[in-house]
Design a protein around this ligand. Structure first.
Ligand code: DGT
Ligand code: CA
Ligand code: CA
Ligand code: ZN
Length: 583
């Protein structure tokens, strides 16, 4: 049980007590305790063992006993009991924007509403409008809120969140009162899925309310769930939730660092500040550890930092790029001056896994290649489906030969422009690990992307053997989308990735980062290890149309999260080097 878990439970107890109509001081005590526990420097196990919990401000004997129970048993009887006294659907109501504990309590007690569906029915029957403190208008807002709650119950794919966030960031940037602004949170760290978008702005305090006001009335904003002097929470197009915070420019670097996260990275930074400087670090700045939390907010930071670079320097660290802030060894590397020089979009010279009208793409090879050329790339790899993928018009041996002819002709034309098409195939790995073509056919290609498209339900052992057998085949160049996952839609199939990575290293095979935002597969968490074993990466948009080529940028973000450098990514090689590699 981590500090975060315990804090989460205390926060929920606060909400439940509020629903129950408990004394507001009691509610407050739980909410405050949640915050205290989360920001605690010391190890909880030690505090429990030495019975020192009550020495912490805001933790009395009752809370100390509850924390002890959670730490030692992993459960809290009081919490289970409290939760059990409410209908399960009731807590769902809190997910509706603008629908807090007070309103939940009112509809529950007066109308017996204990689920979202019942609330919707009550609104449609006009019963909610009749309640004291509600009215027609608020009933209408609740109905809209229900629609939104249903839409955004899940997380969002990176590119969708990014697409709605960018125009809003631009609007903020051009606002008169805004001094600096940035994305923060998971979107800035380039996570594969996004819970909510975090915007951060610096401004003079007098300008903050105006910025909040204008932000909440921007065109891309569907609903305002909370609005204060320096904070707002809204729902963007597509049901993406977003937070905006306005801070002073002196606080900007600290707030940016804090709200970029990850939470785990923040905790490691805070621990380091305490150990190295005896300073406490939070979203407002550094403050002497002996003083209370708010000191940096009220008195200013003990060390001034204009930029995030300054904060890392103050802690004797190299600057850590946002993508690496996941508490996966970046602090130690930054301390030792061993952070990687991460690959950049500008380093890419080409791409390998793409489709055309020969299989299930929407454009001809020539049109796709031209589009790649216009993006500034030097080469384009075509890898249409193989014959087993008949629903995707996979190519049989005869059509492969026809396609080879076409590529040859196109290359005569493109050679004059210093551009080249590489002729590949996305070849199915069959159920027994054999490839979809015989060796003679496989020889026709410059390279082979081997992928699993069927039989996802087999056990991990069988799938691992199947993939490893394909990787051992001399004709195979790279492994396509290694786990078959579709983010937020379909789980990865069972497979032993460490073994697959080892096998790729042994046979000197490349592994793909499939840059389609639903895939982002191989997952970034595996890459540091794969790189250490010498496995090279190929970033591929798996483009079926011209706009899909843009996914390359999403793939670069994932490669960066995987600590990859230019030299780890084969699409950064110039054409001549790729030719050598494929020979
Ligand atoms: P998401 O929205 O689920 O995709 O992930 P994040 O990382 O954007 O998380 P979010 O939006 O809840 O908070 C943004 C950042 O703010 C998070 O990465 C770290 C920081 N943060 C938020 N709450 C806490 C907290 O309770 N403790 C610490 N240490 N950091 C926090
Ligand atoms: Ca977020
Ligand atoms: Ca947030
Ligand atoms: Zn595929």
């Amino acid at each position: 049980m981590t500090k975060q878990d315990i804090a989460g439970i205390f926060e929920e107890i606060g909400v439940l007590l509020d629903l129950q109509g408990a004394n507001p001081f009691r509610v407050r005590a739980y909410v405050n305790a949640a915050r205290t526990i989360e920001t605690l420097q010391e190890d909880l196990d030690t505090l429990v063992k030495e019975q020192r919990l009550t020495q912490i401000k805001g933790i009395g004997t009752d809370l100390a006993a509850k924390i002890t129970e959670l730490v030692t048993t992993g459960k809290l009887a009081y919490y289970e009991q409290l939760k059990g006294s409410f209908p399960p659907g009731l807590l769902e109501l809190l997910r509706i924007p603008g629908f807090g504990p007070k309103k939940t309590k009112a509809v529950y007690e007066k109308l017996g509403v204990d689920s979202i569906d019942k609330l919707e029915a009550a609104c449609q029957a006009g019963k909610v409008a009749e309640l004291a403190g509600f009215g027609e208008k608020s009933q209408q807002k609740i109905l809209e809120g229900i629609q939104l709650a249903r839409q955004f119950s899940s997380r969002h794919h990176y590119h969708k969140a990014r697409a709605v966030a960018d125009p809003i960031l631009e609007a903020l940037r051009s606002h008169d009162g805004v001094i600096r602004c940035s994305l923060a949170g998971s979107l800035r760290r380039h996570r594969e899925t996004i819970g909510d978008v975090d915007f951060l702005v610096s401004a003079k305090p007098k300008d903050a309310p105006g910025i909040i006001e204008d932000f909440t009335s921007l065109p891309g904003i569907l609903n305002v769930s909370a609005k204060g002097e320096t904070k707002a929470s809204v729902v963007l197009t597509g049901g993406v939730q977003a937070d905006l915070r306005v801070v002073t420019d002196d606080q900007f670097a600290f707030a940016l660092n804090y709200f970029t996260g990850s939470k785990e990275h923040n905790i490691a930074m805070r621990a380091r500040a305490l150990r190295l400087k005896n300073l406490s670090l939070n979203e407002y700045g550094f403050s002497p550890a002996a003083e209370k939390e708010k000191s940096a907010k009220e008195l200013g930071s003990a060390i001034n930092c204009k930029t995030e670079e300054d904060i890392y320097r103050a802690l004797e660290l190299d600057y850590v790029p946002p993508e690496l802030r996941e508490d996966m060894g970046e602090i130690a590397a930054a301390e030792a001056g061993r952070l990687p020089k991460l690959v950049e979009l500008e380093n890419l010279r080409g791409t390998f896994h793409n489709h055309s009208t020969w299989s299930d793409g929407t454009e001809t090879i020539e049109t796709m290649a031209r589009a790649a050329q216009e993006l500034g790339l030097d080469y384009f790899g075509i890898a249409d489906h193989s014959k087993s993928e008949f629903q995707a018009h996979g190519l049989d041996e005869k059509r492969v030969r026809q396609q080879a002819e076409e590529v040859k002709k196109l290359n005569e034309k493109f050679a004059k422009e210093g551009f080249r098409i590489f002729f590949g195939i996305e070849c199915d790995i069959l159920a027994d690990g054999r490839l979809d073509f015989d060796d003679q056919t496989l020889e026709l290609f410059d390279y082979v992307v081997a992928s699993v498209h069927q039989g996802f339900t087999s056990d991990a052992d069988k799938m691992t053997k199947r993939i490893c057998k394909a990787l051992a085949h001399p004709a195979v160049t790279m492994l396509g989308h290694p786990t078959g996952r579709l983010l937020l839609e379909r789980e990865a199939y069972a497979v032993n990735m460490p073994e697959v990575i080892e096998c790729a290293a042994k046979h000197q095979k490349i592994i793909e980062i499939n840059a389609h935002p639903y895939r982002l597969d191989m997952d970034w968490r595996w890459w540091k290890h794969a790189k250490e074993l010498g496995v090279k990466c190929s970033i591929n948009p798996d483009a079926h149309s011209i706009p899909d080529l843009q996914y390359l940028a999403v793939g670069i973000g994932i490669a960066r999260k995987g600590w990859l450098e230019k030299s780890d990514v084969i699409n950064c090689l110039p054409t001549k080097e790729v030719e050598k590699l494929f020979r």
